[in-house]
Ligand binder design. Structure first.
Ligand code: AMP
Length: 179
């Protein structure tokens, strides 16, 4: 499928969840079998030769892409979740939002020290969530090889933030000049 055809499967909702936000709705992309397969194919091509031990998906839409990618790479899948969802001992990372803060967690024993990890989410906006996820993986002992996304809102400069704050390479399939 061509990039423009894949983009056409992703619905845009103005003013969701609040005024001024153009929401890119991945649900219409992944319900299209060809588009979903193209997305996983793209991610697989980026990482097939990178000796990835774990794919870490960010709750919740990162799980949609992270789990099939891990399967194709013969890697493990690790969950990065919102607070109080994981049942065993956790490590946390708190990060700033426009108003207030948010926290994400991972099981403390999820990653063996020195393992190669790719962090996955559906969309890169300001990069705050992904930077926190990279820090969390490092705290857990992982070596973050890259942060990967299906969608990047390029004007928000999230990729620059991730590279300068976390020293991690960024990969994104569909670039949008909005945000
Ligand atoms: P950020 O931390 O600013 O990079 O925001 C990334 C997280 O917020 C991802 O988990 C996205 O799913 C979600 N998100 C941010 N902006 C949008 C948007 N315009 N459309 C859909 N999801 C978004």
């Amino acid at each position: 499928m061509l990039i423009e055809e894949i983009k056409d499967t992703i619905r845009q909702i103005p003013d969701f969840p609040k005024k001024g936000i153009q929401f890119l709705d991945i649900t219409t992309g992944v319900r299209n079998a060809k588009a979903f397969k193209s997305m996983i194919d793209y991610l697989y091509e980026q990482f097939k030769d990178k000796q990835i031990d774990y794919v870490a998906g960010i709750e919740s839409r990162g799980f949609i892409f992270g789990a099939p990618l891990a399967d194709r790479l013969n890697a493990g899948f690790v969950l990065i979740r919102k607070p109080n969802k994981l049942p065993a001992d956790t490590i946390s990372e708190t990060y700033d939002l426009e108003y207030g803060t948010d926290t994400i967690q991972i099981h403390s024993d999820a990653i063996e020290t020195g393992s190669n990890v790719v962090v996955i989410d559906d969309l890169l906006a300001t990069g705050g969530t992904a930077c926190a996820a990279c820090n969390l993986i490092k705290k857990a002992g992982g070596n973050v090889k890259a942060a990967a996304f299906i969608i990047e809102l390029t004007p928000l400069k999230g990729a620059e933030k991730i590279t300068s704050n976390s020293g991690v390479d960024v990969v994104s399939m569909l670039k949008y000049d909005i945000g």
